[in-house]
Design a protein around this ligand. Structure first.
Ligand code: CA
Length: 371
């Protein structure tokens, strides 16, 4: 079997969406007539990753055996590493890897979690991840109203994000703590909560906010300081009792080890930003070896979400629920079986591959070929 064609495209979900809000998909077609779908990191509509796939990766993939996906990934990473191993390049590799796993599952007639060695669970709880749409500007009351809205989906936990402007650290420490306190009062003492600083604090401010979150009984404190200050992330993690998490902006297993060695005890690599399914399984092994929690970051509600669920299903120690960011159905329209939770759980289908199929007619209407 050979890879015959690599198709890359964005999907524009609503006619009024700006280009940066598009999703970036890849579909890899094999000589057997079977194809697989993957997704790249959505930053700026994923256009940079799709361009790298088209120009620099597709020529090397055509004619290759899709079952050699791990070899292909490592070969392309090393060949193209000077394009920058962080971001657009690893997003491109992630999309290809997910598509090739989907293809492999369809070829072998098995869901991906079976090919990973089996599922510990196929019903997966989730946490509602609340941010974007002006999260920074919401006042205490508005934050509480959004939380109330998301509680209707029966999440196992809630994470409030602060989507800070990274050039303006420590902007409103008192206000942030007030919001954390208001949400705690709203949900009661026992409901699991997380606080995502989105890299918004200096070290001292992060420790101060972390202490307040400990008092409020928060479950974890995400990305308190700039992601590139790895040793400082570790310093904050070591200074606090609350679990400090980071890693959604970590793009290689080596960088993940740096974060762990710095002192971070819960890491959050993202399947569409680094490594795809192959990469996340490597991260799982690294975390297992270091005794660190792996709780993948994931904000894309269809392909990325399904790929992530297969990983979380196959992971022995799932200490936290899976992230679920966008509860709207607007990105379900091109799939005949989009993932939707029932009674607080996502159920993984036992169909081959990712378990997702396009409705071609709906896809065509929204599809924009990548350049
Ligand atoms: Ca985050």
């Amino acid at each position: 079997m050979k890879i015959e064609r690599v198709e890359t495209f964005q999907v524009q979900w609503d006619p009024n969406d700006e280009p940066a809000r598009r999703s970036a998909f890849v579909r890899i077609h094999s000589s057997e007539g079977i194809s697989g779908i993957g997704e790249a990191s959505p930053m700026q509509g994923g256009a940079a990753s799709l361009g790298i796939i088209n120009r620099d990766m597709a020529p090397a993939l055509i004619g290759a055996d899709p079952l050699d996906h791990a070899v292909l990934q490592d070969r392309l990473l090393h060949r193209l590493v000077k394009l920058g191993p962080e971001g657009a390049l690893t997003g491109a590799l992630a999309a290809i890897d997910i598509a090739l796993w989907d293809l492999k599952g369809k070829l072998l007639g098995q869901p991906i979690y079976k090919l990973l060695g089996g599922a510990w669970r196929t019903a997966l709880p989730f946490y509602a991840s609340i941010g974007r749409n002006g999260a920074r500007e919401r006042n205490v009351d508005e934050v509480c109203r959004v939380v109330e809205q998301r509680l209707k989906d029966k999440p196992a936990a809630i994470k409030i994000r602060f989507d800070n402007d990274r050039t303006l650290p420590d902007l409103d420490i008192k206000g942030d703590i007030a919001k954390a306190g208001a949400v705690r009062r709203l949900v009661g003492d026992d409901f699991p909560l997380a606080f995502d600083a989105n890299n918004g604090y200096s070290v001292g401010a992060a420790i101060r906010v972390g202490r307040a979150l400990e008092e409020l009984g928060y479950w974890w404190f995400e990305e308190p300081v700039q992601h590139y200050h790895v040793s400082k992330m570790g310093e904050v993690a070591r200074a606090l009792d609350i679990t400090v998490s980071a890693g959604e902006q970590t793009y290689t297993t080596a960088a993940l080890v740096d974060l762990i060695n710095a002192g971070v005890r819960m890491v959050q690599p993202d399947i569409v930003k680094m490594g795809g399914i192959t990469g996340l399984m490597r991260c799982a092994a690294v975390c297992e070896a270091h005794g660190v929690e792996l709780v993948p970051h994931q904000t894309q509600p269809t392909v990325g979400h399904m790929a992530n669920l297969h990983i979380c299903a196959a992971q022995a120690h799932a200490t936290k629920p899976c992230e679920w960011d966008d509860p709207s159905s607007r990105r379900h329209v091109v799939f005949d079986n989009p993932p939707k939770p029932t009674d607080g759980l996502f159920h993984l289908p036992n169909t081959p591959g990712l378990g997702l199929a396009f409705i071609e007619q709906e896809l065509k209407r929204r599809q924009i070929a990548a350049s």
